[in-house]
Design a protein. Sequence first.
Length: 587
Amino acid sequence: MSMIASLVRAYERLPDAPPFGFSSEKIGFCIVLNSDGTVAEVIDLRGDDKKRSPRMVLVPQAVKRTVGIAPNFLWDKSAYVLGVTAGDGKRTADEHAKFREAHAEWLSDTDDAGLLALLRFLESWRPEHFVPPIWPEEMRDQNIVFALAEEYRERFLHDRHAARQAWNGIGAAGASAPQICLVTGERTATARLHPSIKGVWGAQSSGASIVSFNLDAFTSYGHEQGDNAPVSEAAVFAYTTALNRFLEKGSGHRIQIGDASTVFWADAEKHMAELAESFFAAMFDTGEAEDTSKTEDKLQTKILATQLESIRLGQKLTDVLPEIDPGVRFHVLGLSPNAARLSVRFYWEDDFGQLTANYQKYLKEMAIEPAPDGWPPLWHYLNDLAVLGKRDNVPPNLAGDWMRSILTGTPYPLTLLTMALTRIRADGKVNALRAAILKSVLIRNLNMEAPVALDPAYKDNKGYVLGRLFAVYEQVQRAALGRNVNATIKDKFYGSASATPQKVFRTLDAGSQNHFSRLRKQNPGWAVNLEKLLASVTDLMDPAGDPIPVSLNSAEQAMFGIGYHHQRSEFFRERDDKNTDPTEADE
């Protein structure tokens, strides 16, 4: 099933799905009209929260605006409705004039009292009438709807039967010639423009398109706009409505992974779909599963956490969650901004059982000791690789490529390995997150073995042994100089030691002898233990060959980082076990 076709099916299962031709929009104010077109009052529809959030109201679907002036039917922002704006408003007068002219044309044959009241209001309204207290300054640039005074509490103007009939007529008048829809296969009117998709992180706040043809290079056989890929108006409305609903904050259908706004949905009945979707969200973004307030929700979250823990420990989906059919189809879509359009970073569709198996494979490959706190979500790993730890600095394609590999069980992007090694050389930080990334890429992409925890006897990889040796040299320095050392050998030599070890390790060995001389005077027992450890590590090197090679390739550099992490963490474990600093311990 194609991405658009699956979204059309998802629209049919949406709770309170808006009918064809309508959409939920953020509305800030309502102008209440008398039947003669005069203003009875102006109602603030915004909430009582600190941000004064606009109310979501079902209105006739918004038009697709590019550079032209195009009004919405019976609602719009203040520039169109009233001719006022908070900014410079270089074309505000033209926008208001177009709103007035379009409604005069659309409603020319109406005899409905509400629609006639709107026409009378537009005929008499002048932007200079916009003065407090009737017209609040906060109304500028807010979306505005209308209502009749005698029925304001019952319905808005666009909810009247005559208004809906007029809206249907406008849609029919603008419909194209019938064509075969590529999604439904039916012969019907097709959409020339697809509505904007809103809520994608980093994209324009007004929304952007997934499907558009706005240059000659994108057209085929002289077709214009949507005729290049005919999709019925109903299908276009369905897929864009579903996708916009999924992208809403708090929808339960989205997580953010790097620059990819990731939405997901299950093709199943309501209860099973909700269970599968909440389970997926908890897999990849712990914050999504923990955002609860009600007691009932908190209890459900605890149950979900227990079930997820069982999945992470390798149990089968059918044993942990028998309510979910392993064969239920699950969809994951990653979207990223690209100028005025949206890029599909990845789209994955498969059985939920296969998704769970691929997730367990990912966790097994990422396993490292000592482990990071909890089960870090994917974005946590990405942020740790970004400059300054900022999501904005994650390489554009990395998040989507890595997520796709996890979902499909295929090799990871090698840029993941390169990025991890680059960041380690840049800031010298080798933590559990980065060590786990290095290990997983080696296992999945290069079919290499990598220890999960410290293996004192492991000597199959020079990089791993040298990483341990480097950690021992650093510990000798710390033991001799104490806590007050400003910069250890890691800060000065890690990059060169992991890439061109032969140039560095002889210098480090000579420096360690001076540190040992000092340590033997301060703490002889600890000096003896470190000397024994140093000897046990050097004994793992191949004396027949070159124990310290001239250079290490990227895979060996990754093993260097893993070995360093394991050995250095062992020193901290010993400190925690004894509840003292190993540099001060009396062995």
